[in-house]
Structures are given as C-alpha cells and as structure tokens.
Design a protein. Structure first.
Length: 268
C-alpha cells in the first residue's frame, strides 16, 4: 500500500477548498477522505469561526486542531474545544473602529462566538452564510467591548478595499496583523496572530515537521501559512501575490485544484 508524502493537508476555505457555490466538489471530497483514512490530518485554515467552518465542510472528516478566525483561534475538531485563542489588544479596538468609520467602511466586530454590526446590510452575506444565525445588530460597538474582539473586519467593494489596504497598513501594521482576506474583506487581528503562526502550533501539537505539510491558499492572508508549509500551493484563481511565492500552482477551486495536486503528490 502506498505511503503518504504529507501528514498534514492545510487548506484555506473560501476560494480554495470551496467552489464558487460554496461547496466541496465530489472529487475533492473523495481525495480528502481517502487521505484521512490513510493517516493524513485535514486542517481547514480559515478566517471564519469553527462553527461556520462546520456549516461549509459538512461531513468532511476533520480530526485534531483546526485553524479559525485567521489563526486567532485553534479548535479541536473532535471535542469542539478551543485550545488556543488570542484577541485583539483592548487598546487597539476603538482606534480601528474609528479608522474604518472615517473611511465609510462597513464594520464587523467578531467575538469568538458572534458577529456584531451596527446595522444590517447585504455585506453581511460575505461573513454570515444563509442558514446560519445572522449577525447581531447593536447600537454601539462599545456595548460589546466587554467581549474580547478576536478580529475586526471591514467589508466594501473590491476597489475600496484595494484603496484601504495601504492606509490600514500605514496606520496599524506596526501594532497589529492587518490582512486582506478576500477582494472585499480587510481584517485586523492581534500582532502575533496569522494562519502561519497557527500552523506552526498545529505542527508542534501533532509532533510533525514542516516538511510533512502541504498547504493550499488563494488570498493575502494565506501567505504566512504557505511560508510555513514544506510545500506551498497557490490556486490558479489566487491573488498574484500568492501565486508569486508558491512552490506550485494548482488548477482553480472550480477545477478540483486540491484533488489534482494531491492525487499527483500525496502518495509515495
């Protein structure tokens, strides 16, 4: 029976594991299930909470640590218990909210359990999928600041997020981890947080090495994870920044890119 070249398969969710219909293709699911039963750890690394991750991946066999909230939380898939979490520094929360407000950017405040907004908007669909509890509307974010902010998120048209990025980096990159997570999302997190930092913790927890990791991603927030992995794979639909630093380019998320690469490389 063939062995496994990689013991951890780490994957971004939106734009990587999921197709444009927010589903996992039958071929990709079959490949990942086969890898799981051969002994590989399937790790979904996403900006979404673990509860929302479960909504999307359904019965995909997840065991061990899973990376949520862009690395601000690591959750054990079997018990559902959070084994690591790191909220934003309290002193940074109001300045970020004020910055996004000044730019006229729709803002979401995410605790570990809930997403809070000042008013409901079609932009919520980018963060809260149909069929799941909606974002909670509050009069002021100060009403929920007793709940640690795992991340703050700005949501706007692609051109506005593109224009926002250099402003956000100039204002906050020295104090926080700031990252573009999709064409329409920009996020602010604790400075020690990233998917890459979380993946290092997962590797250590499982007693493995970076050489035994293959990682897949498509957005700016995936770069740190791809830098940690022994083999970094960018999707064909990935941001040019991501494609430029990857070891391999996979077919797109609409063309079974993950399955295509794993079927070629996973088995020794």
């Amino acid at each position: 029976m063939p062995g496994l070249r990689y013991k951890i398969i780490a994957m971004d969710l939106d734009g990587t594991l999921l197709d444009e219909h927010k589903q996992i293709s039958p071929r990709t699911r079959k490949t990942l299930v086969r890898a799981h039963y051969a002994g590989a750890h399937i790790v979904v690394a996403t900006g979404r909470s673990f509860a929302l991750t479960r909504h999307f991946v359904g019965d995909l066999p997840l065991t061990g640590p899973q990376i949520s909230l862009n690395g601000a939380a690591i959750v054990d898939a079997e018990s559902g218990l959070t084994i690591f979490h790191q909220a934003l520094p309290t002193a940074a929360v109001s300045p970020v909210i004020d910055f996004l407000s000044a730019q006229g950017i729709y803002t979401c405040y995410e605790s570990e359990a809930d997403i809070f907004v000042l008013y409901h908007s079609p932009w919520e669909a980018r963060l809260v999928p149909p069929g799941t509890p909606p974002a909670l509307s509050v009069r002021s974010f100060s009403d929920v600041m007793h709940l640690p902010a795992m991340k703050l998120v700005g949501v706007a048209e692609e051109a506005r997020i593109t224009a926002l990025r250099p402003l956000a980096e100039a204002a906050f990159a020295a104090q926080l981890y700031v990252t573009r997570t999709s064409p329409v999302l920009y996020e602010f997190l604790h400075p020690s947080v990233s998917k890459g930092a979380a993946l290092k913790k997962v590797i250590e927890t499982l007693g493995l090495s970076a050489a035994e990791v293959i990682a897949f991603g498509d957005s700016h927030n995936d770069i740190a994870m791809l830098e940690v992995a022994g083999t970094a794979v960018a999707m064909a639909n990935a941001d040019s920044e991501v494609r430029g630093m990857a070891d391999l380019i996979a077919p797109s998320n609409m063309q079974d890119g993950i399955a295509d690469v794993l079927d070629d490389l996973l088995w020794t």
